[in-house]
Design a protein around this ligand. Structure first.
Ligand SMILES: [Zn+2]
Length: 681
């Protein structure tokens, strides 16, 4: 592992902080914390923490001993001064005299000793930092250190390898106990550069930021050399069946097993979004003959427990010819996992403990890779990063000896530790989190607004458009997946949905929105033009719906097909036959899907919108038409019963409303500001 410290960059950071009124010591603290945070093998997704002790002057001019400590909710890689609450040191040091301190009391004390009461909560490992006398303290969950420590004789291995350089703190749960144990071990070996927290991670320290940082790198390098890091264990593989399915084929099967009825959405399902990883390291691990032994031994660091749960679900290797058999095995294994989890919970729960979701977060499928399941695409990806990191640690640990973790009781204590749970209490996730949405014509005005509206509801959104780069642009803005797709091409549609299944595990809601308007008097229009319009404005909707329904059936949790109909489908305008006729057929198509698939919980609805500024009704067209009618553009656009202009956002909200209307199918929602001639009844 390279020492990335650069005096030049440190100076740049000092200068930038100086401009913001931040002193040199804290600037260097931020600089080295970010260096640590940028290396996944040291720190992952909110893990790790860093501190600085300093003396400041209080409002009376008296000197006050304080500590800057990473706050909850900050990421080391992007740490800013605002993410480091300042706490009074003296009152925290007095806690060393206590033998027990309950969680709430500790949180209260940490909060109460912030200088800025509006600052974030100090890290749950604040006391660990406070009790060590060194100015700069860094705490990471370094992968190589974990691989050494995660052995049944890990403490002995570490003591022998690190000698005077680092002292070993036997496993203790985070909080007052660990902070006291660490400070006692340090007192016995005050010349060490760091502490190995058994089966948990590494602490290094120094009088300067550079010294503490170098301590982390040097100790990790020592561990990496001992482990021969980079040359991981090659596990003896099971014999895999021929004809292995892709991640995209497995995804809907797993989502079927992992979905449950949703109390918050009557008639709906609590679904999960998947992430998949299938690189060589992952496959080496999941294909191993002893997968069950080493994957069921526990977490590589307690910090992972709240994200990944203690154990992954291991499934048998699937065969692409017999996915139905795999589906029933996956469902049975998931039910067994949930029952085992409930039993584990019952073994250790206290009188008021509430059980977390008993379903697995990490699923290992030999031949295909690892899948993770969470409520948003972002969370699923985060869990996948952590699971991959765990695979690296376990593979290295198995190369040295045998991977071993903390006890099941210790695992429960950390998983149900209220302070760890607090890390997961984020802003309420949207009602459609867990859902995967595909929007065709996603780069247009209505498509982009719809994609963004579903993303705001917490859904994972795939933006499909003929123009792949524009689809990518919309997707980047909303954190979605952008795909080029010609919806009139059956192969392209199937490939795009396979890609969505590969990335997110399936699809639940489809907004079939792509369309284009062609004009011509119906008795004179060119046949080719009419057929071209039917290809896009009717057959493409059928292709998209048919492909999506196939996936929805595998998931077994219903689904929603939403079509962008048009006023033309209900109330034909002169010379608009080439557009209105296929749109009328699409309206019937929607009803046919409602009829044929209602018994499977698949709903089909349409939005009938009119006069929206978009690629179909461009600014130039608005100008021309309003001029032809002798009205202003605003009056032209607001020429409806309500006298209000209807926007792409209004249409987007209608799609979202229909997606949530679990008891509505075969319906058309009109969004046109009121037009009696075009009203359906
Ligand atoms: Zn930790």
């Amino acid at each position: 592992m390279d020492n990335l410290w650069s005096d030049r960059e440190a100076q740049v950071c000092i200068k930038r902080c100086d401009g913001a009124g931040i002193g040199e010591d804290l600037a260097l603290r931020l600089y080295s914390a970010r260096l640590l945070g940028g290396v996944p093998n040291l720190v992952l997704h909110g893990g790790g923490n860093a501190s600085l002790k300093a003396a400041i002057s209080d409002p009376f001019g008296d000197e006050l001993a304080v500590m800057f400590i990473k706050g909850s909710g900050s990421d080391m890689a992007t740490l800013e001064a605002a993410g480091m609450p300042t706490v009074r040191l003296e009152p925290l040091l007095r806690l060393q005299t206590l033998t027990v301190l309950d969680d709430l009391a500790m949180v209260n004390l940490l909060r109460g000793n912030r200088l800025d009461t509006g600052a974030p909560d100090p890290s749950v490992e604040t006391l660990l930092h406070a009790f060590l006398p060194q100015t700069y303290v860094d705490h990471t969950h370094a992968a190589a250190i974990l691989a050494l420590s995660d052995q049944s004789d890990g403490d002995e291995i570490c003591a022998e390898l690190f000698g005077d350089r680092a002292a070993v703190v036997p496993y203790t749960m985070s909080g007052l106990g660990l902070a006291k144990a660490a400070s006692a071990v340090y007192a016995g070996q005050p010349n060490c550069r760091g502490l190995i927290l058994s089966k948990h991670g590494l602490v290094s320290f120094g009088a300067t930021a550079a010294e503490a940082y170098a301590g982390t790198i040097d100790l990790v390098n020592l561990a990496e050399r001992h482990l021969n890091w980079g040359r991981r264990k090659i596990f003896a593989s099971i014999v895999l069946p021929k004809g292995r399915p892709s991640a995209g084929q497995i995804g809907p099967v797993l989502r079927a097993a992992l979905a449950r009825a949703d109390d918050a959405l009557p008639g709906g399902y609590r679904r999960v979004v998947l992430a998949h990883r299938g690189n060589d390291d992952v496959l080496n691990y999941v294909n191993g003959q002893e997968l069950v032994r080493y994957s069921q031994a526990g977490v590589v660091t307690p910090d992972h427990a709240i994200r990944t749960k203690g154990l992954p679900l291991v499934l048998p290797a699937p065969e692409s010819r017999n996915l139905a058999a795999f589906a029933s095995r996956a469902a049975a294994a998931t039910a067994r996992y949930a029952a085992d989890y409930a039993a584990y919970f019952a073994r250790y729960k206290g009188p008021d403990t509430v059980m977390l979701d008993p379903l697995p977060k990490v699923i290992l499928v030999p031949g295909v890779g690892l899948f993770t399941a969470d409520r948003t695409a972002r969370d699923a990806a985060m869990v996948a990063d952590i699971a991959e990191n765990a695979i690296a640690v376990i593979s290295a640990a198995e190369n040295l000896g045998r991977f071993a973790s903390i006890t099941e009781k210790d695992l429960f204590e950390i998983e149900y530790w209220s302070l760890e749970q607090a890390k997961l209490v984020q802003k309420r996730k949207g009602l459609l989190s867990g859902h995967v949405v595909a929007v065709t014509g996603g780069a247009g005005a209505i498509g982009a607004a719809t994609a963004a509206a579903f993303a705001r509801e917490g859904a994972a959104v795939a933006v499909l458009d003929l123009d792949g780069s524009r689809a990518g642009g919309v997707a980047a803005r909303i954190g979605g997946l952008g795909l080029a797709c010609d919806v009139t091409n059956a192969g392209a549609v199937v490939a795009a949905f396979a890609e969505i299944c590969g990335v997110h595990g399936g699809v639940d809601i489809v907004v079939s929105n792509a369309g284009a308007a062609w004009q011509g008097k119906i008795g004179e229009v060119d046949d080719a033009l009419l057929r071209r319009s039917f290809e896009l404005n009717f057959f493409a909707h059928q292709l998209v719906a048919k492909t999506a329904v196939g996936i929805m059936q595998q998931q077994g949790t219903g689904g929603v097909l939403l079509f962008n109909a048009s006023k033309q489908a209900v109330n034909p305008g002169p010379d608009f036959g080439p557009y209105g006729l296929p749109k009328a057929a699409t309206l019937s198509l929607m009803r046919q899907y409602a009829v044929d698939y209602g018994d499977q919980g698949i709903r089909a609805n349409a939005v009938n919108a009119d006069r929206i500024r978009s690629g179909l009704l461009t600014d130039a067209m608005v100008a021309a038409r309003s001029k032809a009618r002798g009205v202003t553009e605003a009056d032209y656009l607001a020429g409806n019963l309500l006298g209000r202009e209807v926007t792409a956002e209004d249409v987007a909200q209608a799609f979202v409303a229909l997606a949530k209307a679990e008891k509505t199918t075969g319906a058309v929602l009109t969004v046109d500001g009121g037009n009696i001639a075009a009203s359906l009844r």
